[in-house]
Design a protein around this ligand. Structure first.
Ligand code: SAH
Ligand code: SF4
Length: 348
């Protein structure tokens, strides 16, 4: 069986160079071609000896990701890609440009997937509604960054694992991919510029805290009491809020990094002043930021956004209670922006 070079780290490439009888610096060159130059074929690695390339090709290759569909939002250039993997499965990757203080778009963020589909079943989420297929390989996780970079004029500087799937259910591949992103001879994206978003898997959050990655951890909260959250996110039955908050505090303590809480506002569900007060109390003793996101309506789910006034009121209540809170800048609202929407449309 041939192995994907995009799934291998420097150490493993070193073992290959030993095995094939070339000096160790060849492994560094190989790594550079795969993760820095992002070539799609071993034959493009022109400074490697032909014989080495030929023996490499017997057991290794570079996985191919196909851009199957592309939607560009008119107002901010947010680009949503439907990518086809080698087994025909499809995933979504989103490229976003943010403005700096001078209104220049000078940095790109890519939102990548970690699984084909998702088995967590959150009721507001298009991905959750379409079921689960499989984990992504390390090469498929990294390959999304390369696919996005290939269509972006601006360098991709930030990565968020907020596309399809639950990253902490694909723990080993995600952690290996993050270390590969970090590597300075390759993509060189530091931990502080990588966000992992989870629905709240307590044991995996504790485990992630031990990895020494200095990532941004984002928790999808969406409800501040077990009854509200439990209706929206089935995982809350297994890991209720008390345990989740305890794990978050542990993460902060272990890593010295603040946790981000994502809270999608849904009219008549979780957006009242009372809800805001519950949230403020829940997070009172956690070193965190809260991102308020007006829900992206997914037709099948039937949730709607609160009014701008209601959102502002919700934010004010939190501010008065001393919580760091932002309303998330919206991206690509005129395309199928909610996670999983583009894919579920293409499957129909
Ligand atoms: N499974 C992980 C990461 C992928 S989802 C998680 O749940 O955190 C990425 C983010 O999009 C999560 O915060 C998720 O709750 C949010 N999300 C899903 N559907 C949404 C919708 N319709 N509107 C707004 N945010 C949504
Ligand atoms: Fe899965 Fe996250 Fe969607 Fe929940 S919100 S179904 S965990 S992708």
């Amino acid at each position: 069986m041939v192995q994907d070079l995009r799934s291998l780290n420097m150490e493993e490439m070193g073992i290959i160079s030993d095995k094939l009888g070339v000096p160790r610096y060849r492994a560094q060159q190989l790594f550079h071609w795969v993760f820095y130059k992002a070539v799609s074929d071993i034959d493009q690695m022109t400074n490697l000896p032909k014989l080495f390339r030929m023996s490499l090709k017997e057991s290794y290759y570079i996985s191919n990701i196909l851009v199957k569909n592309k939607q560009v939002a008119s107002q901010d250039n947010t680009t949503k890609l439907l990518l086809q993997l080698e087994d025909g499965e499809t995933i979504e990757t989103v490229l976003m440009n943010y403005e700096n203080r001078n209104h220049q778009r000078d940095r790109a963020t890519v939102c990548i997937s970690s699984q084909v589909g998702c088995k967590m079943g959150c009721v507001f989420c298009a991905t959750g509604l379409s079921g689960w297929k499989r984990n992504l390989t390390v090469g498929e996780i990294i390959g999304q960054i390369m696919a996005a970079q290939s269509i972006s004029q601006i360098a991709v500087r930030n990565v968020v694992l907020m596309g399809m799937g639950e990253p902490l259910l694909n723990f080993d591949n995600v952690v290996k991919a993050v270390r590969l992103m970090n590597h300075e001879d390759g993509l060189d994206i530091g931990g502080r510029r990588i966000t992992i978003s989870t629905c709240g898997l307590v044991p995996q959050i504790m485990k992630l805290a031990e990895e020494g990655l200095s990532l941004v951890l984002a928790i999808s909260l969406h409800g501040a009491t077990d009854s509200v959250r439990g209706e929206l996110m089935p995982i809350n039955a297994k890991y209720p809020l008390k345990e989740l908050i305890k794990a978050c505090k542990y993460y902060v303590e272990k890593t010295g990094r603040r946790v981000t809480f994502e809270y999608a506002l849904m009219k008549n569900i979780n957006s009242s002043v009372k809800d805001a007060e519950h949230l403020g109390r829940l997070l009172a003793a956690v070193n965190c930021n809260v991102n308020l996101i007006p829900i992206n309506p997914v037709v099948e789910a039937g949730f709607i956004r609160p009014s701008v006034q209601e959102i502002d009121r919700f934010k004010k209540v939190l501010e008065v209670m001393g919580v760091n809170v932002n309303i998330r800048e919206e991206k690509g609202t005129d395309i199928d922006a909610a996670c999983g929407q583009l894919r579920s449309r293409s499957l129909k």
